[in-house]
Design a protein around this ligand. Structure first.
Ligand SMILES: C[S@@+](CC[C@H](N)C(=O)[O-])C[C@H]1O[C@@H](n2cnc3c(N)ncnc32)[C@H](O)[C@@H]1O
Length: 276
């Protein structure tokens, strides 16, 4: 079995496989229109060969296939169960348009200079060695090809209303915990340097905001599902007061029409030079 060398393994998901897939689904679909708008702005075009890394259950892949009808899309995912789930759901799409690769972002097994555009969404925060992964993507991009990393930075996580005043301390503790396992929930701010270190040029970045008033509250219910946080309370990573405030936020989002939530995503882009 391949080593993930990352902090995401759906086999350990607190919500269990099915609910976690559903969480990823709503989160991917909520942001898609805005993310696609930015992807096009960074140069993504119909007809390009596109690689999505850490594609998970492939809800983003599906949007890419639908939005880029003349493109060939490759979805690369390390986890067999997620890959099989995606393959089953998308089996109606011909292999000339969509192919699945079961490998790691660190060692994709894909040929040099073969993609116009690569996208990694919510993968890099989990990687033990993000620069090594960015270098491997650089190798398989065509000269002039682009990598877009879509990720988070918990320093600018977003907001919930009604506010919970312990949210910053909870986020800090969860980030510290993830860092102790080799991930980075503050990766957003690192992305320009990370891309530069891996050899990319013309680096740019921007944010995408998801707001429940724009995208509906459903996706945020999943984000604030209290079962995602219970494990941190049970393991002593967050304290009782913090857990109680999270419960309150979860209840507000589930039951109060007054409640809203907003989350920030970072999109950073780098180009492989034409001549390198
Ligand atoms: C948080 S999920 C995001 C899934 C999808 N990109 C999305 O936005 O819905 C992270 C994904 O990265 C995959 N992953 C983790 N380590 C990986 C590695 N070393 N190589 C490739 N994929 C990996 C996980 O299995 C998981 O599917």
């Amino acid at each position: 079995m391949k080593e993930h060398n990352s902090t995401y393994n759906i086999g350990n998901a607190a919500l269990g496989f099915r609910t976690e897939v559903e969480r990823l689904k709503v989160q991917a679909l909520m942001g898609w229109d805005k993310e696609f708008r930015n992807l096009k702005w960074y140069g993504l075009q119909n007809g390009m060969s596109v690689l999505e890394l850490g594609s998970g259950p492939s809800y983003v892949t599906e949007q890419l296939v639908n939005s880029l009808p003349e493109s060939q899309i490759t979805a690369l995912e390390i986890d067999r169960t997620l890959l099989d789930e995606a393959k089953n759901r998308l089996q109606h799409i011909p292999s000339s348009k969509l192919r699945f690769v079961n490998s790691s972002v660190y060692d994709t097994g894909l040929p040099d200079h073969s993609y116009d555009f690569a996208i990694a969404r919510l993968l890099f925060l989990h990687l033990h060695n993000p620069v090594e992964a960015a270098r491997e993507i650089y190798r398989i991009l065509k000269p002039g090809g682009k990598l877009v990393i879509i990720d988070i930075d918990d320093g600018i996580f977003g907001a919930v209303s009604p506010n919970i005043n312990l949210l910053p301390s909870v986020l800090q503790k969860l980030a510290d915990h993830q860092a102790s396992k080799g991930g980075n929930r503050y990766i957003g701010r690192e992305l320009p340097r990370l891309l530069a270190k891996a050899g990319y040029i013309d680096i740019d970045m921007d944010t995408v905001l998801q707001h429940s008033d724009l995208h509906g509250i459903e996706g945020f219910k999943r984000q604030f599902d209290i079962n995602r946080f219970k494990v941190f309370y049970d393991n002593g990573i967050i304290n009782e007061e913090e857990f109680e405030q999270l419960k309150q936020a979860s209840e507000n989002i589930n039951n109060s029409p007054e409640a809203y939530a907003m989350m920030t995503f970072i999109m950073a882009c780098g180009k492989k030079p034409e001549h390198y």
